[in-house]
Structure formats: structure tokens, C-alpha cells
Design a protein around this ligand. Structure first.
Ligand SMILES: C[S@@+](CC[C@H](N)C(=O)[O-])C[C@H]1O[C@@H](n2cnc3c(N)ncnc32)[C@H](O)[C@@H]1O
Length: 229
């Protein structure tokens, strides 16, 4: 039966589709054994960060951490910071859980849910020191551009959750998306740390899995770093 336009117009446009990825044995085992220790179950209510992390520290949030390798690397290198990874892809959550336990890491927590809803309902205004959006799904086709997560309302949501002087770091391997990000962000209330209209040419971050895939395909990489003043 076809849906009435009224019903379909109420469904939010999401920046992801849940991929039917099979879990490896180690991912399944990590989910079964360690979910309750490191995954915060989504509830549409404010999170008490002091109850979520064992130690206080500046908060980095990564949206769409994929398989989580770069998030784990950053968390190991910066034990005095806290890291909240948000991802909807279960195999990635399993892989990161496995890495957290294998490396005895205590400063990472995960939420397996739509990041837009997590930012909206769970994270207080001015609570985030750094927000990372590394290689978000580029949604190449024009008819899918509305699914791109970087849109004016999303940027305003990010800005509201950032602390003063907090940063928003984005990267993509798809030039038209980089140009779209730059255009939207230059029109926003955030400040480009590299100067108006400029990309961040020497970004400080680990390489990600999706970045390596892009490089194999001959893609370039564009990073952007904005700050809340
Ligand atoms: C292209 S992948 C990049 C993964 C990783 N950052 C990397 O560079 O290897 C984008 C990821 O973002 C996740 N994602 C997209 N929209 C999301 C959302 N609204 N909330 C949480 N995760 C999202 C997808 O599930 C996917 O794993």
C-alpha cells in the first residue's frame, strides 16, 4: 500500500541508512560482553557526563566514527580527555568495543543512535570542547543531497553544543561536499580558524579507514576547522 504524502512528510530525512553488515565473531563477542560497560543507551534526555565518564575532562564528540580506529587512537594518545563516539553501524560499535577492552582504555563511551537526536536531546548547550565529523557519507547524487548531515540547522545545533572556543573539525574526500561544507559554514556564526574561505591544510588527526579508501580511489582530502567565538 502506498503511503499518504502526509505520513511520509513526517519521517525525518536521515543522514544514514542502516547497512546490513554481518558482525564478525570478535565484534559479536565484544557487544555481548562489554556493551553495558561502554555503551550509553539512547534516551531522549540530558546525559550527566560526570556519571558517564570515570574522570572529568574536556569532551571530544565524534559523529560517525565508522570502525572506530581513529577514535581509539586519539583516546589512547590523550588520556586526560573524554571521548564520546556516536555511530549507528553495529559492526563499527563492536570493533570499537573490542579495541577499548584490548587496550584497557577508560576514556571512551559510545552511543549507538542518530547523532542529530543525540546532540539535540542528550548533550547540553556549551558541553562539547571538540566535535569531529570525519568523512561523513557524501551522498553523491543530487536527489540525495538533502541527506547530507552538514546543513544550516545542523551547524547551528553543533554551534549551540560547543563551548566558547570549542572547535568543529570536518573532513571529506569528496570535493563537491567540501565546497558545500565551506559554503554552509562560511554563512554560519562559526569562525574559520584558517581564514575566510580556507581549508585546513595540515590537519591534526589520525588517518581514517574511509580516508584510506578514498586515497586508493585517487580522491583528495579536504579538512575544515571552525571555532565558536
Ligand atoms: C563514510 S563513513 C566514515 C566513517 C569514519 N569516520 C571514517 O572516516 O572511516 C560515515 C559513517 O557515519 C555514520 N553516520 C552517518 N550519519 C550518522 C548519524 N546521523 N548518526 C550517527 N552515525 C552516522 C555511518 O553509519 C558511517 O559509519
Amino acid at each position: 500500500m502506498s503511503e499518504s504524502p502526509e505520513t511520509s512528510s513526517r519521517r525525518p530525512v536521515r543522514s544514514f541508512v542502516i547497512r546490513a553488515g554481518r558482525l564478525t565473531d570478535s565484534q559479536r563477542k565484544a557487544i555481548e560482553q562489554h556493551w553495558q560497560d561502554f555503551v550509553v543507551d539512547y534516551q531522549p534526555q540530558l546525559l550527566d557526563l560526570s556519571a558517564v565518564f570515570p574522570k572529568p575532562g574536556p569532551l571530544t564528540v565524534e559523529i560517525g566514527f565508522g570502525m572506530g580506529d581513529s577514535l581509539l587512537e586519539m583516546a589512547i594518545a590523550n588520556p586526560d580527555r573524554n571521548y564520546l563516539g556516536i555511530e549507528v553501524h553495529k559492526p563499527g560499535v563492536g570493533k570499537l568495543l573490542h579495541g577499548i577492552v584490548a587496550n584497557d582504555v577508560s576514556n571512551v563511551r559510545i552511543i549507538c543512535h542518530d547523532a542529530v537526536e543525540v546532540l539535540t536531546h542528550c548533550l547540553a548547550t556549551e558541553s562539547i570542547d571538540r566535535l569531529l565529523l570525519l568523512f561523513p557519507d557524501p551522498w553523491h547524487k543530487k536527489k540525495h543531497h538533502k541527506r547530507r548531515i552538514v546543513q544550516p540547522a545542523f551547524i547551528e545545533l553543533v554551534r549551540s553544543r560547543l563551548q566558547t572556543k570549542g572547535t568543529f573539525h570536518l573532513a571529506t574526500d569528496w570535493q563537491p561536499y567540501a565546497e558545500h561544507m565551506l559554503e554552509m559554514l562560511e554563512d554560519s556564526a562559526l569562525t574559520n580558524t584558517q581564514g575566510k574561505g580556507s581549508y585546513w591544510l595540515e590537519p591534526e588527526r589520525p588517518e581514517t579507514k574511509f580516508q584510506r579508501r578514498g586515497q586508493r580511489l585517487g580522491h583528495g582530502v579536504w579538512d575544515l576547522l571552525y571555532q565558536k567565538s
